[in-house]
Design a protein around this ligand. Structure first.
Ligand code: R5P
Length: 317
């Protein structure tokens, strides 16, 4: 593969997404680069690249998922080592951008962690960012470097399209999900409904209104993140009360799956949970009704195009 301006394309993988990193490397017919990552006795992280980085076009793959602080710090240290090794260009491939949910102040004296993480990445030496489904599009604007922001929506649309759910309705489980739900509904040629929820705590909401018809229809809920699965299960309750078919399909890009998520997703009215591998789902959390779609081809193709200085926008469709 050749490009314009930078050296060889090299991939390095942090410890958060080894399988996704390997899949990306396989797609590109490249090895993952050799890097030593270890922990000192007190938990501090040590990083050393075992091969040349000088002048090269380097992509560091790391989701800042659980344990978030560990993975974030590991990414920053990996980038720092590359900068000091005179890498030509450093792209942080962050399939899941943790801390992104605080992208504004909802109350006085709060932190905006989505911005803080952007500043940390740039200070460490990142030249570009490649990511999927940021919690809010405006996080791109927290960076003054190029950000390629991919969407998992085409993966869900392809998968669900093959299922042929003709009596489906795409449902936005809260107002934050309206845009992506509308896009999915358009792609699947299905009607749209929206559940409006009211925030009643830092990370708790309660449904107040459903707009659109769901009675007798099979709901498809789409979210960016399933964390505790509170949002989707509250949405499921409301939809069932409104007479939907008790076979709810739930899609989410990032399977955070914290706290009671697995128990909540296990309820029988949730027929299928469809997620991607931007965050690895360990075998003990992989329910039989769960489908994990790989984001590797999308990310790998974006990496190839960035390296070759080709348009990435084609991947959005
Ligand atoms: C919130 O704005 C996000 O889009 C998700 O709805 C939320 O993070 C999901 O969290 P949980 O699964 O804990 O309800």
């Amino acid at each position: 593969m050749s490009n314009t301006g930078y050296g060889e394309l090299k991939l390095f993988c942090g410890s958060s997404v080894p399988t996704l990193g390997k899949e990306i490397a396989d797609y590109l017919h490249l090895p993952t680069g050799r890097v030593t990552l270890m922990r000192f006795a007190d938990g501090e992280i040590y990083c050393r690249y075992e091969e040349n980085a000088r002048g090269e076009d380097i992509f560091v793959i790391q989701s800042t998922c659980h344990p978030v602080n560990e993975h974030l710090m590991e990414l920053l240290i990996m980038v720092d080592a590359l900068r000091r090794a005179s890498a030509g260009r450093i792209t942080a491939v962050v399939p899941y951008y943790g801390y992104g949910r605080k992208d504004k102040k909802d109350a006085p004296r709060e932190a905006i962690t989505g911005r803080l993480v952007a500043d940390l990445l740039v200070t460490a030496g990142v030249h570009r960012v490649l990511t999927i489904d940021l919690h809010a599009g405006q996080i791109e604007g927290f960076f003054n470097i190029p950000v390629d922001h991919l969407r998992a929506l085409p993966l869900f649309a392809d998968y669900l399209g093959r299922k042929g759910l003709t009596n489906g309705v795409v449902v936005a489980p809260d107002d934050g999900a309206v845009r992506r739900s509308k896009q999915l509904a358009d792609r699947l040629d299905l009607p749209l409904a929206v559940i409006f929820q009211r925030r009643v705590g830092t990370d708790t909401k309660e449904p107040v209104q459903v707009v659109g018809d769901v009675e007798g229809l099979t709901p498809i809920l789409i979210e960016d993140i399933i964390d505790t699965a509170g949002t989707v299960t509250r949405a499921a309750d409301v939809l069932l009360a409104k007479g939907c078919v008790p076979e709810i399909h739930v899609c989410a890009t990032h399977a955070v799956f914290a706290g009671p998520a697995m128990e909540r997703l296990s309820r029988p009215e949730i027929r299928e949970a469809i997620v991607t591998n931007t965050i690895p789902v360990p075998p003990e959390r992989l329910l039989p009704k769960m489908t994990v779609l790989s984001a590797a081809p999308l990310l790998a193709e974006a990496i190839r195009r960035i390296h070759l200085n080709q348009s990435v926008s084609l991947l959005f469709t």
